[in-house]
Ligand binder design. Sequence first.
Ligand code: F6P
Length: 327
Amino acid sequence: MDKIKKIGVLTSGGDAPGMNAAIRAVVRTCAFHEIACAGIYRGYEGMIEGDFIDLNARSVKGIINKGGTFLKSARSNGFRTKEGRQKAHNALKKAGIDALVTIGGDGTFTGAMIFNQEFNFPVIGIPGTIDNDIFGTSHTLGYDTTLNTVVDVIDKIRDTASSHNRLFFVEVMGRDVGHIALNVGVGAGAEEILIPEEDLGLDRLLDSLRRSKESGKSSSIVVVAEGDKIGKNVFELKDYVEEHLPEYEVRVSVLGHMQRGGSPSCFDRVLASRMGVKAVESLLDGKSNFMVGLLSDKIQLTPLEKAIKGQSKINKELIRVSDIMTT
Ligand code: F6P
């Protein structure tokens, strides 16, 4: 493989806190190794259009603490087509970019893998999504920040719940997985946690709430993962519980996109920095088609294909801890 002279970096899919810190790390590692770096705007959309900006170590000052992504992000339909990918390849060649670091989730990695296969173009992925649903890393970028944001909000909701003796259903993000819900549920002391990986069932939910009341609790928080499969959405759950347990006054809070914003936690900034260094140095070592991830506190490589196809398993021990904590 020819020596890499210029690396392109992009963010794609849903933004996540820590993406800016990762871009900064990629740019500065390129500068450290005296190779050029270009930012690609709006993910694969900008790649197709050749929307690039040359970046040096100073271009990324003051962004480590910023949420979102200054390169912006998009979900690209054009890149799903062979024609779109050909255009993107032409644009990269024209700009002298000969390797890519893609920051995003499994959709981003699928695009990167296909691009690598079609054009033998060196790519390394950095997992950036609040959902933590990527195999090959214990933490994706943004996940830790989101946990802290959500715990903070639930603490505030609890003030109202306990002042008014209410039950709150709090819906959190996570797409099809329950990592956010399970962790914030334990962290915020929720009475029940509904996640897609475990079907609690409506009867058991009612039993649990009944027991909770009998044990002397005057207010309750139930955290519901957006992908939960109990068969009712949070608003239907409210009606159902009020109908069967009229002693409860129920409210619903759907937290939404506020969970994705805000300044990244220290953990996410450090993780982004480590991943950025490893991504660039892996490319310079001639590696391609891998994702960098955190495993046993080490930054390690997992083939992109495995990262996409593997499952990020829910922590069963944490489910048990949660069950014991709600006694
Ligand atoms: O993947 C991140 C995420 O925030 C999910 O938790 C959520 O289901 C989805 O993106 C929302 O996507 P959008 O911002 O396109 O509505």
